[in-house]
Design a binder for this molecule. Structure first.
Ligand SMILES: NC(=O)c1ccc[n+]([C@@H]2O[C@H](COP(=O)([O-])OP(=O)(O)OC[C@H]3O[C@@H](n4cnc5c(N)ncnc54)[C@H](OP(=O)(O)O)[C@@H]3O)[C@@H](O)[C@H]2O)c1
Length: 282
């Protein structure tokens, strides 16, 4: 009897993760689905069992809490299912001047995007290394490839994901474990809920019609994972932009990035230097 692969997928209840869960189920994977929304996970697991005939388990967990990686690991241990593939997809972002970011939201984002992801890679990567087989797919972003003013900590968190993934891929390649990193550009998911692209100076770059379809991104992720590539940027336009970035001075890239991402309501200059400021004698 052929081995049924078990995949642990974080951020499965919506967006890219939801679409990936269907693609993996279509390949016959047994799935462990993790995110915060218990009901959504239950409904998704039922849908995957019914429509794809696969085993599916939900784990409602807030991965932005300390110790969440260990709790998720313990959950899969109690299921007694060795995880063949780990997809670290859950993530969130914030558009804000870094110095005015809500400290609680900032901590949660970094814990989710950086700390939990690194811990899950460590916990499951160790098991995979011991078994001499396994796959890890981490979801970064095109924001990983250059400084992203006003998305500063989000972009930096995704640079961490990209660098960690590529380094880990090299550490584990001799042990039969493949690590890959997917970098989507703006994609049509709930990620942008409550966020008006027109608030940014280069809003057209983030506008709905410029976003990749969630299906295309999920398919690219699954293909990358099974193809064993190191890292991939999704979409020709995004690839071209990142390729061009390599040849430009970092200062120029940062300046262009700022001009595109700057929220229109952000004060640009100190009143001392602002010709229109009423009182320059601050
Ligand atoms: N959409 C884009 O434009 C874009 C571009 C580049 C990269 N990405 C990356 O792609 C990944 C997936 O994003 P998406 O676009 O699919 O976003 P999404 O539609 O907002 O989905 C995010 C998923 O992560 C889960 N999640 C969020 N916070 C969580 C937490 N604290 N604990 C556990 N699960 C949590 C959400 O489920 P619950 O709310 O149920 O917890 C949901 O399933 C993220 O890493 C994101 O940074 C997205």
């Amino acid at each position: 009897m052929s081995h049924v692969m078990t995949t642990l997928l974080t951020g499965a209840s919506g967006g890219i993760g939801l679409e990936m869960s269907r693609l993996l189920a279509a390949r016959g994977h047994r799935l462990v689905l993790a995110s915060r929304s218990a009901q959504k996970l239950e409904d998704l697991a039922a849908h995957l069992r019914r429509d794809y005939g696969v085993e599916a388990h939900g784990c409602a967990i807030d991965l932005s809490e300390r110790g969440a990686a260990e709790r998720l690991f313990d959950f899969t241990q109690t299921l007694n299912l060795p995880i063949d593939a780990l997809v670290n997809n859950a993530g969130c972002g914030m558009l804000e001047e870094h110095v005015h970011a809500d400290p609680e939201i900032l901590r949660h984002m970094l814990q989710l995007n950086v700390v939990t992801l690194a811990e899950l890679c460590r916990l499951y990567g160790a098991q995979m290394k011991q078994r001499r087989s396994g796959m890890i797919l981490n979801v970064a972003s095109t924001a990983a490839y250059q400084p992203a003013p006003y998305f500063a900590a989000y972009g930096a968190s995704k640079s961490f994901v990209l660098n960690l993934s590529e380094a880990l891929a090299k550490e584990l390649e001799d042990f039969g474990v493949r690590v890959s990193c997917l970098s989507p550009g703006p994609t049509d998911t709930g990620f942008f809920d409550g966020f008006d692209p027109q608030r940014t100076a280069g809003g057209h770059f983030l506008a709905m019609k410029r976003r990749s379809s969630v299906q295309a991104v999920a398919e690219a992720g699954v293909q990358l994972m099974f193809g064993g590539g190191l890292s991939q940027v999704v979409g020709f336009r995004n690839q071209a932009m990142i390729f061009a970035n390599r040849f430009a001075p970092r200062a120029l890239v940062a300046a262009v990035s700022k001009s595109l991402l700057r929220p229109r309501d952000v004060e640009m200059r100190h009143p001392l230097f602002d010709e229109n400021a009423e009182d320059k004698n601050v």
